[in-house]
Design a protein around this ligand. Structure first.
Ligand code: NAD
Length: 358
């Protein structure tokens, strides 16, 4: 079996706790000869600032680029909240995404049926929910120039630039089309074309590309309406295509449909590499207490097997194991505040289940 190498960034706060649970699974697959994965660690965010005084080093970027895939836990810590932009932990993550050219972000929003009563919505609205958000990840206002602070009329102002080129919109639209073709052939593209030129270009470009794909049902939706519709009737969506900023916000809102942000994985892809990470952040409010939900991280590992390591069967088994553990009523504190298992117990439950399934 070919050796595959991955780089793991545990990152900050709850990051190392959830990383431990994912590694248990990699070790088990390696010991069972189902995989031949070598893994190495690198620092990002506050962890890198502590050691190297930078949120990501050139070495770490290179190591990630040379690997077959990257697994990342979470970035951000209040310790460095007041740093200037390029010395903030989150800048390390933006730099890594840009360096690896990860322009595609895939966020599946699905509900484990045993959790349908944990959603903030009625079970009938979310039973069997299965949406995928395709978010552009390395453009938009997060990266647009100019940006900064300046004095205007004697007062300080902060400013950013929302910017997309046609080629950036085209390549993410093409990925949404590939995804839609494997699903229900339905795309909803999100913008704010009624007020933003950047969104008008987005919409015109999406229309142009989609005119060659008449078999796919395309709808455009303003982001404010999208936020409302996701909560009102989420099952009307299948593939949601969105720019970076709107996707960031909508996917957190959509995560609540599933019961907890601690359940949702994501994949970020370039033409040649993939990075896999939970959609949640570093949750400093619960770090170090053994109460974080590791399932988003474990399901991110499942996405790594599906999208990059070419072992879709292992991805399916991990999802099955998670589903079975939840069906048996084991929940972390985010889902059950009275009767819950710890982070490490949840990792062990999934591992035990995997041992039965493999
Ligand atoms: P967050 O996602 O870290 O936390 C939001 C809420 O969800 C908190 O109440 C937290 O306790 C809870 N939560 C998150 N993950 C959980 C899990 N696995 N299990 C149980 N509960 C969980 O978002 P935030 O509080 O806005 O940000 C905290 C830090 O994370 C900031 O520094 C922010 O910049 C950073 N952040 C990083 C990423 C990333 O690494 N991709 C994403 C978002 C935010």
């Amino acid at each position: 079996m070919n050796k595959q190498s991955i780089v793991i960034f545990p990152g900050d706060e709850i990051g190392p706790e959830i990383t431990t649970e994912a590694i248990k699974i990699i070790d088990f697959f390696n010991e069972s000869k189902l995989t031949n994965i070598s893994y190495d660690f690198a620092d990002i965010g506050g962890a890198a600032l502590d050691k190297y005084n930078t949120p990501i080093t050139a070495d770490a970027l290179e190591k990630a680029k040379k690997s077959d895939a990257v697994l990342l836990a979470s970035v951000g810590t209040p310790k460095y909240d007041n740093n200037v932009r390029d010395q903030k932990p989150e800048y390390g993550l933006l730099t890594l995404r840009k360096y690896l050219n990860l322009f595609i972000n895939i966020r599946p929003i699905f509900v484990f049926n045993s959790l349908s009563s944990y959603s903030s919505l009625k079970p009938e609205l979310i039973n069997d929910l299965d949406i995928v958000i395709i978010r552009e990840l390395i453009g938009d206002v997060y990266f647009g120039e100019p940006r900064g602070f300046k004095d205007v009329g004697g007062e300080r102002v902060g400013y950013n630039t929302m910017l997309y080129s046609e080629s950036e919109v085209k390549r993410i639209t093409q990925f949404a089309i590939e995804t839609a073709n494997k699903r229900k052939k339905q795309i909803t593209s999100v913008d704010k074309a009624n007020v933003l030129e950047c969104s008008q270009l987005w919409r015109q470009t999406v229309d142009r590309i989609m005119s060659q794909h008449q078999d796919i049902n395309l709808q455009h939706i303003y982001v404010d309406n999208a936020a409302m519709q996701i909560i009102k009737n989420p099952k009307q969506f299948d593939v949601i295509l969105t720019p970076n900023l709107f996707g960031d916000i909508l996917s957190d809102a959509a995560s609540m449909l599933t019961g907890s942000i601690g359940l949702l994985p994501s994949a970020s892809l370039s033409d040649s590499i993939g990075m896999f990470e939970p959609i949640h952040g570093s949750a400093p409010d619960i770090a170090g207490q053994g109460i974080v939900n590791p399932l988003a991280m474990i399901l991110s590992l499942a996405m790594m097997f599906e999208y990059t390591l070419e072992k879709p069967e292992l991805s399916k088994i991990i999802k099955q194991a998670v589903n079975d553990v939840l069906n048996e009523g084991y929940f972390t504190k985010d889902l059950s505040s009275n009767d819950f298992v710890t982070t490490s117990e949840m990792g062990d439950k999934v591992l035990d289940k995997l041992k039965q399934l493999c």
